[in-house]
Design a protein around this ligand. Structure first.
Ligand code: NDP
Length: 328
């Protein structure tokens, strides 16, 4: 028997249960991974709450790093004993063992630890497609990125600096502002106390920005549109404050013939080749220290304490990434 997190009804963190289960052999095309560090992502809270529906009962989580223990038929590029990381698995990564399609698995380079990998893979791949595919960020560009001290946000702040671009990061506290700046943000806006669009206008001498990356959703939607210059692009990629609903498209005309896109990681990094290319880019930035992923000890939770981990994430108390550690 092994342990995993499961939920049988949607709701708050209290629906998460730590249960026994019997790991199955991997199906054709899959590998079984013994997870050593599991990535916690905000999307996991959307699945748990029912915002993103899942058939119940369900496992949770889609990202972890560990060691391959079994290989299904038809898998050639991964073998037993490989140190690997995966994102985009079926729900159930909050577990001691998880079976994952081999095409969603990357072999870890020597210098990257399980914790670093699980803290950065899904979030780093997200920044890769946002900055390198959805809208190509170039040296000198000034743009707005919400929640810049979060898991995705601290990686984005570092990646922007590596590209020579100027990221204006919103944050919920002065402590988070300092962290985002240290990571590479060019400027920060505390959206608990400052007017986002007014500060963006001030920081850009009235020009405003060509692109806004918004994972906060409901509470920042209007400020994001108001921060854009004519023909600007809003990349709406998350719902931390709730989803944006009931949009009258006329607002895009009124605010300057704007563009909006609602992308997802699975829509950009789909094939094994796409995963290999994006992960190589991410791993090389980590290897060169351009991107550092240090998880605070207080944000490494035993797998059995997934509830507490979700409570902490949703209370906005975390900075950077958080992990679940099996067997602890
Ligand atoms: P974070 O660590 O960034 O945590 C979310 C942060 O959002 C909080 O720390 C908080 O930062 C901010 N926030 C603003 N308003 C609220 C609110 N009302 N309640 C809670 N938090 C709020 O999470 P992740 O790094 O895991 O993910 C960041 C975002 O990116 C999420 O929205 C996620 O869904 C999205 N995402 C989207 C993907 C895609 O492909 N579409 C892929 C991966 C992530 P502060 O206190 O500074 O405001």
């Amino acid at each position: 028997m092994a342990k995993r997190i499961q939920f049988s009804a949607t709701g708050g963190p209290e629906v998460l249960e730590y249960v026994d289960f019997e790991p199955k052999d991997p199906a054709a095309g899959e590998v079984q991974v013994e997870n050593k560090a599991i990535g916690i992502n905000y999307i996991d809270t959307y699945v748990r709450s029912g915002l993103y529906p899942a058939p119940l009962p369900s496992g949770l989580g889609s990202e972890a790093a560990g060691v391959v223990t079994k290989v299904g038929t038809g898998v050639s590029h991964i073998k037993v004993g490989d140190r690997v990381v995966y994102a985009q698995s079926s729900l159930g990564a909050y577990s001691e063992y998880h079976n994952v399609p081999a095409q969603k698995v990357a072999v870890l380079p020597e210098g990257i630890s399980f914790e670093q990998a699980a803290a950065s893979f899904l979030k780093g791949l997200t920044v890769q497609y946002l900055f390198r595919q959805t809208h190509k960020i170039k040296a000198g560009d000034i743009f707005l990125f919400h929640a810049a001290a979060g898991g995705v946000g601290l990686i984005a702040s570092q990646w922007a600096k590596a590209l020579g671009a100027k990221l204006i990061g919103t944050v919920g506290s002065d402590e988070k502002a300092a962290l985002a700046k240290e990571a590479g943000a060019w400027a920060t806006i505390n959206y608990q106390t400052e007017d986002i669009a007014a500060r963006v206008a001030e920081l850009t001498q009235g020009e405003k920005v060509s692109v806004v990356y918004d994972s906060v959703g409901k509470s920042t939607w209007l400020a994001s549109l108001d921060s854009l210059k004519r023909h600007g692009l809003l990349v709406s990629f998350g719902n931390a404050s709730g989803p944006v609903k009931d949009v009258d498209l006329g607002i895009l005309n009124q605010k300057g013939s704007l563009f909006v896109t609602r992308p997802s990681l699975n829509g950009y990094i789909t094939t094994q080749e796409e995963l290999a290319a994006a992960s190589e880019e991410l791993f090389s930035l980590i290897a060169s220290d351009a991107i550092k992923v240090d998880v605070k000890d207080a944000q490494k939770f035993p797998l059995s304490q997934a509830r507490r981990a979700h409570e902490t994430l949703e209370s906005r108390a975390t900075t950077g990434s958080s992990l679940l550690i099996p067997g602890s």
